[in-house]
Design a protein around this ligand. Structure first.
Ligand SMILES: Nc1ncnc2c1ncn2[C@@H]1O[C@H](COP(=O)(O)OP(=O)(O)OP(=O)(O)O)[C@@H](O)[C@H]1O
Length: 304
């Protein structure tokens, strides 16, 4: 039976008058990839900082790898790695030197450090560039190195704060592959992202946060099904989407929706019907409070 790598109950955090986290409940099973999806300023980094003991919560509890983040900080720290939004590498050193430095600082012997460095350079496809200074690296190479550094000592729970922000599509996909490999080695990955596709592709479970609350939790498919079975899209003569309408997908519903449009659609308007995307989910959940409260029920269902 799977155990929980992360358990969060009623977590709250405010800065002055601003409530950043207004009571977060969340459970992450061991060995899974969990994505926390939310717009800018939703509180994703704040939550990661609390889970990694960098910030204290005002109320509520959180356990990581079985340790309480408030009272068992050392246990938490021993169990986690964190990669932040900005690559924390020494640009004047080579990637081999960066990895070696972290290995020795983490208490590995010289021999262990050499072996681990070689292994990580290989995994992250950095062997060819291992002896070049990091300042000559591309953004993708730096992110890969940053991730490699956070894995010098392999921890059961890995936190990735927007790991692919600023990367091009190829580098992003390469990192996704690496994250999937980490999962296959039993590591629990908790990541934040603003990219819907990233959550869709990678995560076993997704929570959407907005306004300091979890407004939905589920698999990508479960979240999409909440938006509706099919989305009717109206396109203008230049193929621009002028309206998207979620429907249940039933013939009755689709027919009623189209009839309901009546004369509102301009002449020349075309119709397509497609499956909902994560974009639909995101827009629905983060822009309408009614949707948010409706989905709160989903959250409870998904937790059962
Ligand atoms: N130390 C702090 N002092 C005051 N306000 C803060 C502090 N840290 C974060 N905030 C505020 O809390 C809110 C949430 O910030 P946070 O960085 O957690 O959001 P986020 O979802 O990670 O956003 P982004 O995707 O832009 O990184 C923001 O309005 C931010 O300005």
């Amino acid at each position: 039976m799977n155990r929980n790598a992360i358990e969060i109950r009623g977590l709250r955090k405010s800065y002055g008058q601003q409530t950043v986290l207004g009571g977060i409940d969340l459970t992450v099973q061991e060995g899974t990839i969990y994505a926390l999806l939310g717009p800018n300023g939703a509180g994703k980094t704040t939550l990661i900082h609390i889970l990694t003991t960098l910030t204290d919560a005002d109320a509520g509890t959180a356990k990581v790898a079985g340790y309480d983040v408030a009272t068992e900080r050392n246990g938490v720290k021993r169990s986690i790695s964190l990669t932040g939004q900005f690559a924390a590498v020494d640009e004047m050193l080579t990637s081999r030197e960066n990895l070696t430095m972290i290995g020795r600082l983490s208490g590995l012997t010289a021999t262990e450090t050499r072996a681990r460095t070689a292994e990580l350079l290989e995994i992250f496809d950095l062997t060819a560039a291992a002896d070049k200074r990091v300042k000559t690296y591309s953004g993708g190479m730096r992110r890969r190195l940053d991730l490699a550094i956070s894995l010098v000592t392999e921890c059961p729970v890995l936190f990735l704060d927007e790991p692919t922000t600023g990367l091009d599509t190829t580098s992003r996909r390469a990192l996704w592959d690496i994250i999937m490999q980490l999962k296959s080695r039993g590591i629990t990955v908790f990541l934040t992202t603003q990219y819907l596709e990233e959550a869709d592709q990678l995560a076993d479970m997704i929570s959407v946060i907005s306004g300091g609350k979890v407004v939905a939790t589920g698999t990508a498919e479960q979240l999409k099904s909440r938006v509706g079975g099919e989305v009717i899209e109206l396109l203008d003569e230049h193929d621009n989407v002028v309206m998207s309408i979620p429907t249940s997908g039933s013939l009755h519903d689709v027919r009623q929706t189209l009839n309901g449009l009546g004369e509102k659609a301009a002449p020349g308007t075309r119709v397509t019907i497609r499956k909902p995307s994560m974009d639909d989910v995101f827009v629905t959940l983060t822009t309408t409070s009614t949707a948010a409260s409706a989905i709160q029920t989903t959250n409870e269902e998904a937790a059962i």
